[in-house]
Design a protein around this ligand. Structure first.
Ligand SMILES: [Zn+2]
Length: 247
């Protein structure tokens, strides 16, 4: 290539410099698909189109009859509505997404997914009067180690679409004070994991809230949270929203 003028020369240098900067940025902050690790072109994305196509949507927003998630809580707690965007299956593309959201310091994925959830929830009649979103709280120790609560990030994304607040001090995990020595291992774990306390005042002006979770398996944690909130606020309508439901 022959460069004639000094202007052409400096444009050429600048272009190369910008390219080099981009390459360096990619080296330091590689943006790869959380599922297959292939490099992504768009910095805003976290999953490539090939992996995205494999995600299993529930399409609950189109359901007229009760869903599996509704049925999971039947006879346990009374809920106004439930929603989950994906099905969770081990070994499928949803697993690395949840893993990245929880353990790979990727809170932005949560907000992005939350926005997508919000877009779908907007069209569900039962959620039209929703006043607030309540993320499932993390243990303070876990929160300290992870730096963020993944359910809160999902709630932040949903809130952007629905224009309602996220309330993080309505429910909290409590320290276990009972003697644990006599309980079996599983009982002990359940006891520690599912102890919550709720504030009555925080829900005073609310009529309908949704608890936000990342993935629902047995529903035991949500049941414990809902029971605790309903104990203090018997007239409050409660719904459940999760990113994924384990099959
Ligand atoms: Zn991929």
């Amino acid at each position: 290539m022959e460069l004639n003028t000094s202007t052409e020369m400096s444009t050429f240098r600048l272009k190369n410099l910008l390219k080099l900067k981009e390459h360096l940025f990619h080296l330091i902050y590689p943006n790869s698909c959380v599922s297959c690790q292939n490099e992504l072109i768009d910095f805003k994305d976290f999953i490539c189109p090939f992996c995205a196509i494999d995600l299993k949507f529930t399409y609950y927003e189109k359901f007229k009859e009760p869903t599996e998630l509704d049925q999971l809580f039947w006879g346990r707690v009374h809920l106004k509505a439930t929603y989950s965007m994906f099905y969770f299956e081990k070994g499928k593309k949803i697993q690395p997404i949840l893993h990245a959201l929880k353990y790979k310091d990727k809170p932005k994925i949560g907000v992005q997914l939350g926005k997508k959830m919000g877009e779908k929830i907007k069209n569900i009649e039962a959620f039209k009067d929703l006043n607030a979103l309540i993320p499932v709280p993390l243990h303070s120790q876990k929160l300290f180690l992870r730096g963020y609560n993944q359910s809160e990030k999902l709630a932040d994304g949903i809130a952007l679409e629905l224009n309602i607040p996220v309330i993080t001090d309505l429910i909290s995990r409590t320290k276990n004070t009972e003697s644990q020595t006599k309980k079996g291992k599983l009982k002990r774990w359940e006891n520690v994991e599912n102890k919550f306390s709720s504030s009555k005042n925080k829900a005073k002006n609310l009529k309908h809230i949704a608890i936000i979770d990342d993935v629902i398996t047995t529903g035991a944690t949500l049941e414990a949270i809902i029971r605790e909130i309903q104990k203090n606020n018997p007239d409050l309508c409660i719904s459940v929203i999760s990113l994924a439901l384990a099959k």
